[in-house]
Design a protein around this ligand. Structure first.
Ligand code: G3P
Ligand code: MG
Length: 237
């Protein structure tokens, strides 16, 4: 595997620590990951927060929709105990906290889960000029809108359907850096089209090392994995 093969820690090192928390991000850095993928929603009072689901039920001690909870309420939740008692009291991070932490460390892939959160991040990013960012979303209209407002913003177009040609077209039109397909959607024609247009390909989410080796040989630029430590051991061989 090429030493430039890019290892994104999916929701942080989420095999080792509770996803989308600073514990998982610190573990990703300790593992030597090149970047961290995280998911962004908005609280009721419009603060971008780092959590995957639209409700807090699965990954915290609370209940209800993220969009119905104020930041002060979200901050009282325990986002660690569901994973292991070792992480009891781990909070739901704000995006600002993570941007501050990541500056000078590793790259962040902000996956925007809702349209309004996309607008909100544009207010935050100028405050953290040293943060290295890739913004991605399944909402390609949102990405195109962000590109118009912030022309130098690096974009990754997420793909979870077999209709990849349209996604490649939209990514190229928006001047994106990458196409981020579900890993089973990677094919030689898709890779050839992306190579032709200068788009990097980062598939998600892959933990099986034999599959990662195959994808690397096919020519993807990197992968999203829950277990960066194991993947990086493969890269060092
Ligand atoms: O960004 C890649 C991947 O995170 C997309 O799916 O559901 O894990 O956010 P999901
Ligand atoms: Mg995600």
């Amino acid at each position: 595997m090429d030493k430039n093969f890019f290892v994104w820690a999916h929701r942080g090192a989420s095999a080792e620590a509770p996803e989308n928390t600073l514990a998982a991000f610190t573990a990703a850095e300790a593992a030597g990951a090149d970047g961290i993928e995280l998911d962004v929603h908005l609280s009721r009072d419009d603060v971008p927060v780092v959590i995957h689901d639209s409700t807090v039920d699965r990954t915290s001690s609370g209940h209800g929709a993220v969009a119905r909870l104020r930041l002060s309420e979200l901050r009282r939740l325990d986002a660690g105990s569901w994973f292991s008692p070792r992480f009891a009291g781990e909070p739901v991070p704000t995006l600002e906290e993570v941007l501050h932490w990541a500056e000078g460390r590793l790259r962040l892939n902000l996956e925007i889960k809702e349209y309004a959160a996309g607008q909100a991040i544009l207010k935050l990013l100028p405050l953290y000029p040293r943060a290295r960012i890739l913004v991605s979303s399944f909402d390609h209209k949102l990405l195109a809108a962000l590109r118009r407002l912030y022309p130098e913003l690096p974009l990754g177009f997420l793909l979870d359907s077999v209709f990849w040609r349209g996604a490649v077209r939209r990514a190229v039109a928006a001047g994106a850096e990458s196409l981020n397909p579900r890993e089973d959607l990677v094919s030689r024609p898709l890779l050839a089209a992306c190579r032709h247009h200068g788009l990097a390909v980062y598939p998600w989410t892959v933990d099986a090392l034999p599959r990662i080796s195959i994808l690397a040989r096919m020519g993807v630029a990197g992968v999203f994995t829950n277990d960066p430590l194991r993947v990086l051991a493969l890269r060092r061989k």
